[in-house]
Design a protein around this ligand. Structure first.
Ligand code: ADP
Ligand code: MG
Length: 387
């Protein structure tokens, strides 16, 4: 994959550079960016600092939450601008509108954050006129928002038709690291997929069954597969509409591993559960985590792998008792000598809660975007910057 990087642009001095970033953090009741959400801003710092150093006029575009095309006061980006100023050690200007003439008053090295781009309904529709208007504010466009690059939104994709477009440094990192899993991966390659719904991850599972050495499943999505395999899963979450699709997979393939034991309880709100083999789930029980035999089985495979891609928790991580399986997995991956890549909102949350981010070779900022990239899809937000 060839990446058009912002580093290839020779003279950025005085240029107005419009950068799409992913600042979709949660804002606390105190109207501050949650301290455990900082990392999303931190990941964008290299690109912003690079542009400042080169004397560019930096104009940032970002979205926050789902305002559905309307101005929503709670979703204004002011708290983000404040936190970003602190992280950069430099004043970040914030405009109350998406469009502002202030872009023409910026001095070299200044940073301006535009208002929540999703306040305009044309953003999510990928509107051409809207993208053209945005493009008028700048000389160069940079996409550094990998996490939204699977969306054909105006500030992510359409705008690339109207400005010379480049990848930011985070974007470059994302593409380089995730490409390692699909272009000449180190073998044995193991892919671990967990999480809520098999429907959102079936394509990745299918793709890696063709190219990886091992595909290990966990979480609620494994229940649907287990059920198709003939294991009764009690009241566990399953997606019956996916049965026909799963039946087409070679379920006896040695590469494909499913949990053999788990923690079960009678309701999602249970604080504790009982451990048993998955052959013995009772009718009124839910499978809420993987068990020690599964972890042992997966441990052996992890230890023999040279590259591991992981997405999605192994259990109901919101309840500490059912987060044990996922935590055990994170610890195994952290110790592993393999090249480890992880992504996905909830998976990353568990790594961070254990303070083990540094033990992974790469943590993607993308959830859905990472999965679609790994499926081999061409992401709309990479249209003009990757070939
Ligand atoms: P990620 O964001 O890491 O890609 P997903 O969004 O696909 O992960 O799934 C995360 C959710 O899956 C978590 O909220 C977790 O509680 C849920 N989950 C995982 N395993 C189970 C299970 N066995 N039963 C119910 N929910 C589960
Ligand atoms: Mg998620």
């Amino acid at each position: 994959m060839k990446i058009k990087s912002i580093r290839q642009v020779k003279n950025l001095k005085g240029k107005r550079v419009l950068v799409r970033v992913d600042f979709n953090v949660s804002i606390g009741k105190n109207m501050k960016v949650g301290s455990d959400e900082d990392y999303r801003l931190v990941r964008s710092l290299p690109t912003i600092k690079y542009l400042i150093r080169k004397g560019a006029k930096v104009i940032l575009m970002a979205h926050l939450g789902r305002p559905d095309g309307k101005e929503v006061d709670k979703l204004r980006l002011d708290p983000v601008a404040i936190r970003l100023s602190q992280l950069l050690g430099k004043c970040v200007y914030k405009s109350d509108k998406i469009f502002t003439n202030f872009v023409n008053e910026l001095k070299n090295g200044d940073v301006l954050l535009l208002e929540n781009i999703r306040f305009d309904a044309r953003e999510e529709k990928g509107g051409k006129a809207f993208a053209r208007e945005l493009a008028k504010m700048a000389d160069i466009y940079v996409n550094d928002a990998f996490a939204v690059s699977h969306r054909a939104h105006a500030s992510v994709a359409t705008i690339q038709e109207y400005l010379p477009s480049y990848a930011g440094l985070l974007m470059e990192d994302e593409i380089k690291n995730l490409s390692k899993a699909i272009e000449n991966p180190k073998k044995p390659l193991t892919v671990i997929i967990g999480g809520a719904k098999i429907s959102t991850k079936i394509k990745v599972i299918e793709r890696f069954l063709a190219v990886a050495n091992n595909v290990l499943l966990g979480g609620a999505l494994a229940n649907t597969v287990l059920n198709v395999m003939g294991v009764s899963v009690g009241k566990s979450l399953v997606e019956p509409k996916m049965y026909p699709v799963i039946k087409k997979i070679k379920l006896t393939d040695n590469k494909l591993r499913v949990p053999v034991d788990g923690l079960m309880a009678k309701s999602f709100t249970a604080k504790k559960g009982r451990m048993d083999a998955l052959a013995d789930v009772k009718k009124d029980e839910l499978i809420l985590d993987i068990g020690p035999d599964t972890i042992n089985l997966y441990e052996k495979i992890i230890k023999s792998s040279k590259m591991i891609v992981w997405n999605g928790p192994m259990g109901l991580i919101e309840t500490p008792f059912f987060a044990q399986g996922t935590e055990a997995l994170v610890k195994l991956l952290a110790q592993s000598k393999a090249y480890t890549v992880d992504g996905g909102g909830e998976s990353v949350q568990v790594i961070r809660s254990l303070g083990l981010e540094d033990k992974f070779n790469f943590i993607s900022t993308g959830g859905g975007a990472m999965l679609e990239f790994l499926e081999g899809k061409k992401l709309p937000g990479l249209k003009k910057i990757v070939s």
